[in-house]
Design a protein around this ligand. Structure first.
Ligand code: ATP
Ligand code: MG
Length: 383
């Protein structure tokens, strides 16, 4: 491709040289013939001493003049023929200068099909890439600031009450009953635990989001993983008086994945189903294994999430109004973490919610290959 283009430009320059040389020869021939005729005529008229007579039998000086005239004609013709390319190069160089001075709205028209048009196309692409990169940088700066504000807010809330209760407990007000004291200590403990969970979630999220988690992809039996996970949740199901069901179209299905990350992903989904679907009395985990993909859905019943909120659930810190006001406790990071894990595996995650239940569906590849996957950094995504 590059050679083709350089040949194209080469050919054009060589063609221009040949044209200019031919034109110079013609002009020289015209001059020589006409001036010789003029000299001959002057000699015949007996004006041997006249200026024209010199051209009849030209000496070295006249020959030199012819050569110089030829060179001048060649140069002018060549410059005229090359003018278009020269102008284009000037335009390119002005554009490069503008870009280097920070004007990212600069573009150069792609004219023709040679090295310079390719250069113009590359230049346009480069400017576009820089512009996109800067937008992304700005966006990520904004998200980061938002994240910091949210973190500060979410950390301060439990901390304020911890400090408040500790002040009450350690203050001069010593006539507090042992029962009250125990109550306050319990509240402080619960808040401190909440703070701990928040910090753990944040830590986990930032680590995932900024690609600091290295994946250990191995062969994982997804059916076994989910049944083990559900067993671990048994006390929680009992606690909330929930029945659970695991349905699978295959007894086992081996996929390439990071087992720990998958456990974390489904842990979040099942946790949510228990937390927000307690009134539905039933949770169903369904596995559908096909040749190249495995689809896992986690369904709970009861509360229907409003349609307009569905796309927002996977945003970090987003919590449906109802969950904020009810006392479910949570940071709104669970689903953001879940989405990151799914994307790290090159899969997809979605949610639907209606009277037939709230269904979170994860689709994973069976032959996931970390090297082939454009794994990148989930944090790169515009959010
Ligand atoms: P965290 O998981 O970080 O402790 P969280 O559960 O509030 O906190 P997410 O898991 O990201 O955060 O969920 C975001 C919101 O989506 C929840 O607050 C809840 O309102 C809603 N949600 C999530 N899963 C369900 C579900 N299965 N049924 C109904 N609502 C849900
Ligand atoms: Mg959650």
């Amino acid at each position: 491709m590059k050679n083709d283009m350089s040949r194209r430009f080469h050919t054009r320059v060589i063609t221009n040289i040949i044209f200019s040389a031919m034109f110079a020869c013609l002009v020289d021939l015209f001059l020589v013939t006409n001036l010789t005729m003029l000299g001959e005529y002057a000699v015949r008229q007996g004006k041997e001493g006249s200026l024209e007579a010199v051209f009849y039998q030209p000496g070295p000086v006249i020959t030199l003049l012819y050569v110089l005239a030829g060179i001048a004609t060649f140069s002018v013709a060549f410059l005229v023929l090359q003018k278009k390319s020269m102008d284009y190069i000037t335009r390119l160089s002005t554009a490069i200068q503008n870009i280097s001075e920070g004007d990212l709205n600069t573009t150069v028209d792609v004219v023709g099909d040679d090295e310079f048009s390719a250069m113009a196309a590359n230049l346009n692409k480069m400017v576009e890439d820089i512009r996109r990169l800067m937008d992304k940088e700005r966006e990520s700066e904004r998200t980061k600031n938002e994240l910091i504000t949210n973190i500060a807010h979410d950390l301060r809330t439990p901390l304020t009450s911890i400090i408040g209760y500790l002040e009450l407990l350690s203050g001069p007000n010593s006539n507090m009953s042992a029962e009250m004291e125990k109550k306050y200590i319990n509240i402080t403990y619960t808040k401190a635990k909440r703070l701990e969970k928040l910090i753990e979630d944040l830590f986990g999220f930032t680590k995932l989001n900024y690609g600091k988690v290295s994946m250990k992809v191995t062969k994982v039996d997804i059916v076994k993983l989910l049944s083990q996970l559900l067993e671990e949740f048994y006390p929680n199901f009992m606690d909330k008086d929930l029945a659970y069901e695991l349905q699978s179209n295959v007894p086992a299905k081996i996929i390439n994945a990071d087992g720990n990350l998958l456990a974390r992903l489904f842990d979040n989904l099942i946790n949510n189903a228990i937390k927000y679907g307690a009134e539905g009395k039933r949770i169903v985990v369904k596995i559908h294994a096909a040749e190249s993909t495995v689809t896992v859905s986690v369904t709970n019943y009861g509360y229907v999430i409003p349609k307009e909120e569905l796309p927002l659930l996977f945003e970090k810190f987003y919590r449906v109004e109802q969950s904020r006001s009810s006392n479910t406790g949570g940071t709104g990071l669970g689903l953001a973490i879940a989405r990151n894990i799914v994307e790290m595996h090159g899969g997809t995650i979605g949610v639907t919610s209606d009277l037939n239940g709230t269904v979170f569906t994860v689709r994973l590849q069976v032959d996931f290959d970390i090297n082939k996957e454009n794994f990148g950094n989930p944090g790169d995504r515009h959010e």
